[in-house]
Design a protein around this ligand. Structure first.
Ligand SMILES: NC(=O)c1ccc[n+]([C@@H]2O[C@H](COP(=O)([O-])OP(=O)(O)OC[C@H]3O[C@@H](n4cnc5c(N)ncnc54)[C@H](O)[C@@H]3O)[C@@H](O)[C@H]2O)c1
Length: 315
């Protein structure tokens, strides 16, 4: 890909959009920021250099590249001549439907059009579009400039070359693409996350433990291994004979448990009262933004550690 082709339009510049902007700018791309909310694109353009400076300080970026970031007045100007569009507008089908009609009308026919949607298959808002073959989902985790995994989910009409190109672009900017073979609501990452959250809500609702205990179980337990190997590699090492041995030994636990899990927890009911009381006692609402900055610093330290130990100890 030539340098001229390295122009991205970030459409919707909230939490996810601005972090996408940092991921592309970090890799030397020219970035166009567009958001219909007054001042939102400019706010993202002010945040962006700080985010890159933080990456540099954390040892995750050798050199801060010269920034070429603009905030065009219209969507039409923002997408003109770009190689790639990352849409990060609110998670509402009506919003995506209207916006994607405009994206299809204004964006170059050879540009990749990707949505950050958390759960909506892109077929629901691209079916009627003339250039629908260049559309797909590129679902990140928050924030994408610090968490590399990104799910690439084609619609039934996404042409294979679009997926190939999206994968090449994501890899080139430092993301870790996961390719899904077909659409499914909420893709892979959020299905896994929702399954864990559902059981966590159930446990609190039943009075088995409080929110704090769940957080410890993950951050000082499961997530330590998951930070550098997935659940399948984890179980492969949890029985002397590997994954088959694990299944023979422990499948019975699942057989006992899963019938007990066949009811929906009420996320908004008594469990929420307890979880919110625990959380707000630990962190007043006003301190959420500062805690988010702390989270990003911890993520950067973890990434730097992973980079170092990958070199020292291997993958
Ligand atoms: N927050 C997360 O953890 C997370 C993670 C992965 C994916 N996502 C997805 O990313 C998308 C954006 O989420 P977010 O967390 O950044 O929300 P956000 O509320 O922080 O940002 C949304 C932005 O979209 C703008 N906007 C409103 N209407 C628009 C329109 N018609 N066209 C373009 N922009 C518009 C808003 O002004 C706002 O700046 C959603 O689809 C969400 O599901 C979110």
């Amino acid at each position: 890909m030539t340098n001229n082709a390295k122009i991205v339009a970030i459409v919707g510049t909230g939490l996810i959009g601005r972090a996408w902007a940092a991921a592309f700018a970090r890799a030397g791309w020219s970035v166009r920021l567009w958001d219909p909310t007054e001042g939102a694109a400019v706010a993202a353009s002010i945040w962006l250099p700080e985010a890159l400076a933080d990456l540099h300080t954390a040892g995750l970026l050798d050199q801060i590249p010269a920034l070429d970031v603009t905030c065009p007045a219209t969507l039409q100007e923002a997408v003109q001549g770009v190689a790639y569009v990352q849409e990060s507008a609110p998670e509402r089908l009506d919003v995506k439907l209207a916006l994607w009609a405009d994206l299809d009308r204004f964006a170059p026919i050879d540009a990749v059009l990707a949505s950050s949607t958390s759960a909506i298959p892109a077929s629901r808002f691209t079916e009627k579009l003339e250039g629908r073959g260049r559309c797909l989902v590129a679902h990140p985790l928050n924030p994408p400039h610090l968490i590399p995994a990104v799910e690439l989910v084609p619609t039934p009409w996404t042409v294979p070359a679009t997926v190939e190109l999206a994968e090449a672009i994501m890899t080139s900017i430092g993301q870790a693409p996961i390719r899904l073979e077909r659409e499914i609501e909420a893709f892979v990452v959020n299905r896994l996350q929702m399954a864990l959250l559902e059981e966590a809500f159930r446990l609190v609702e039943q009075g088995v433990c409080d929110a704090d205990a769940i957080d410890v179980a993950v951050k000082d337990g499961l997530a330590l291994r998951w930070a550098f190997m997935g659940p399948f590699e984890t179980i492969d090492l949890n029985a002397p004979g590997g994954v088959r041995d694990y299944v023979q030994r422990y499948q019975g636990i699942g057989e006992m448990l899963f019938p007990q899990m066949q009811w929906r927890a009420d996320w908004a009911g008594a469990a929420l009262e307890r979880i919110e009381a625990t959380r707000r006692a630990q962190l007043p609402t006003a301190e959420l933004p500062e805690r988010t900055r702390w989270r990003d610093r911890r993520l950067m330290a973890l990434l730097a550690h992973k980079k170092r130990t990958q070199t020292d100890l291997g993958d």
